[in-house]
Design a protein around this ligand. Structure first.
Ligand code: ADE
Length: 228
């Protein structure tokens, strides 16, 4: 898989991809992550500007269509992309099923939104999917792009050591994960539930399932109605 991220702040994306699972997945050749500075595609040779004032009466700067068009066309001339994603608070809500689907892609482009927004022609003609990571507004789409990429890459077979652990993540079966403990069995008078020390595999599995259901009922009841 290959992920191309287009941004005006490439420095913001250096750290998230250079540690732990995301770093290892790249070293193992499971994913290539390429960060492109949108300013390299500016038509303004002197100041490398990629934004301008909005038409009409709205305040704030808008990302211009031409640099984005040039960057995306360059990438598309080199390979096929399954999706051209735009990170935006008014996009479709990101979710585990969406991460699962996207993890099966070959190549993805993620355009990070910035300033007041992006010239709407980009969204009309170049973007195939708009994603929000939640109902709150970030200063830019970079952190959203990092969140989306992280959730996708860890699902690629081989990215995390124990394949089971991606399958038993919270949300993977529309349930939150059951509580988990490690040694010591008692600390400060706080005890690990007896059942987990019983060695009875079936009963432990039943307990974990009940706990997962109960936590989901309490914290994300709508997941229990979801078809997906
Ligand atoms: N850009 C700004 N806020 C965002 C959000 N909540 N999700 C995705 N991109 C964003």
């Amino acid at each position: 898989m290959r992920i191309d991220i287009i941004t005006v702040l490439p420095e913001l994306l250096e750290s998230p991809f250079n540690h732990s699972i995301l770093k290892r997945a790249q070293e193992k050749g499971l994913v290539e992550i390429h960060v492109h500075n949108l300013r390299d595609y500016s038509t303004d040779k002197r100041h490398r500007r990629v934004d301008d004032y909005a038409f009409g009466f709205s305040a704030g700067m808008v990302m211009q269509v031409e640099p984005i068009f040039r960057c995306i066309e360059q990438l598309k001339s080199e390979r096929h992309y399954d999706e051209v994603i735009f990170t935006s608070p008014d996009g479709e809500q990101f979710s585990q099923p969406m991460a699962n689907r996207l993890s099966m892609s070959g190549n993805l482009i993620i355009l990070c939104g910035h300033y007041k927004g992006v010239d709407y022609r980009v969204r009309e003609h170049l973007i195939t999917k708009e994603i929000s990571i939640g109902d709150y507004v970030l200063t830019g789409g970079e952190l959203a792009a990092a969140v989306i990429s992280d959730a996708i890459v860890r699902l690629i077979p081989g990215a995390i050591g124990d394949e089971q652990s991606a399958l038993s993540d919270s949300f993977q079966d529309n349930l939150l994960a059951a509580p988990i403990y490690t040694r010591p069995a008692e600390f400060n008078g706080w005890k690990v539930p007896d059942i987990l020390l019983s060695g009875h595999e079936r009963k432990v599995a039943e307990w974990e399932h009940e706990q997962a259901l109960e936590r989901t009922r309490q914290l994300r009841p709508y997941l229990l109605d979801d078809e997906e």
